[in-house]
Design a protein around this ligand. Structure first.
Ligand SMILES: NC(=O)c1ccc[n+]([C@@H]2O[C@H](COP(=O)([O-])OP(=O)(O)OC[C@H]3O[C@@H](n4cnc5c(N)ncnc54)[C@H](O)[C@@H]3O)[C@@H](O)[C@H]2O)c1
Length: 257
């Protein structure tokens, strides 16, 4: 299959739904053999089924990205079954709740474990394969919450700030080895992850929360999973050959105000 990722093996974490699901399907349409990695096995299989029905190549791999041994084992399996990983979209993440006054310690730990440690563990496993083959692209999922303060989101903001710092650090280490590392900072995209947060923002009213959030976006609407997936595709492809250490805000102008 021809395409911008033809001949590449791509891993999409959190590929069972939301932005990751859209990216996994797009990467497969662009010719990649895709490993859909998710802690939710049924969701990963659903994405894989859709890719295969459309004529693409994909496997589902299940792991909790906070577990180093599980992550290393699935990346070994991906290398055995599909070949050396050339593209990683490090997308899986979780939200947090609360300001610094009322955030719970468990929630903080979970958010840091998935968003920061999980991103690091997957990047490490992928980078080891990429360094051996002398080429590769890693795209880490940040958020506008890394760039501006978002109310009642203390742990999440801190975790995504760490992802941006990790991206810059990795880009410096890996550029001489032929591996590019960039981050996307999406604005709000309507996905299952966001529903509880939007409902809370609206005082229990999802529609009100949606309207309040949309008002923060100069473009006058929220983003779509496909729009973020397109940025991930560009950064993963050779079209972005001179981009490394870049932090791309895909946010409808939200952080430009
Ligand atoms: N939706 C937004 O508005 C928005 C905005 C900015 C950034 N983001 C970021 O984009 C990414 C995807 O968000 P989404 O809205 O598509 O979320 P989502 O909840 O729809 O999808 C996240 C996926 O990650 C998986 N996942 C969660 N924890 C995992 C773990 N420990 N191990 C493996 N997989 C795990 C889930 O099972 C799920 O399939 C996240 O990193 C999120 O922080 C989202």
């Amino acid at each position: 299959m021809a395409g911008r990722l033809a001949g590449r093996v791509a891993v999409v974490t959190g590929g069972g739904g939301g932005i990751g699901g859209a990216a996994a399907k797009l990467f497969a349409e662009e010719g990649a053999a895709v490993a859909v990695l998710d802690v939710a096995a049924a969701a990963a299989k659903e994405t894989v089924d859709a890719i295969q029905q459309a004529g693409g190549t994909a496997i589902a791999v299940t792991a909790d990205i906070t577990d180093a041994r599980a992550v290393d084992a699935v990346f070994d399996r991906i290398e055995r079954e599909l070949g050396s990983v050339g593209v990683l979209y490090n997308n899986a993440g979780v939200n947090s709740a609360g300001s610094v006054v009322d955030a719970e310690e468990d929630d903080w730990d979970r958010c840091m474990a998935v968003n920061v440690k999980g991103t690091f563990l997957c990047a490490r496993a992928a980078a080891r394969q990429m360094v051996r083959s002398g080429k590769g692209s890693i795209v880490n999922q940040g958020s506008v919450a890394a760039l501006v303060g978002v109310a009642n989101f203390a742990a999440y903001c801190a975790s995504k700030g760490a992802v941006v710092a990790l991206t810059r650090s990795m880009s410096v280490d890996l550029a001489p080895k032929g591996v590019r590392v960039n981050a996307i900072c999406p604005g709000t995209v309507y996905t299952p992850l966001m529903e509880p947060m939007l409902t809370a923002r609206g005082g229990g009213d999802l529609e009100k929360g949606l309207a309040m959030t949309t008002a923060k976006y100069p473009i006058g609407r929220l983003g779509t999973p496909a729009e973020i997936a397109n940025v991930a595709l560009f950064l993963s492809s050779d079209e972005a050959a001179f981009l490394t250490g870049s932090v791309v805000a895909a946010d409808g102008g939200m952080t430009s105000q």
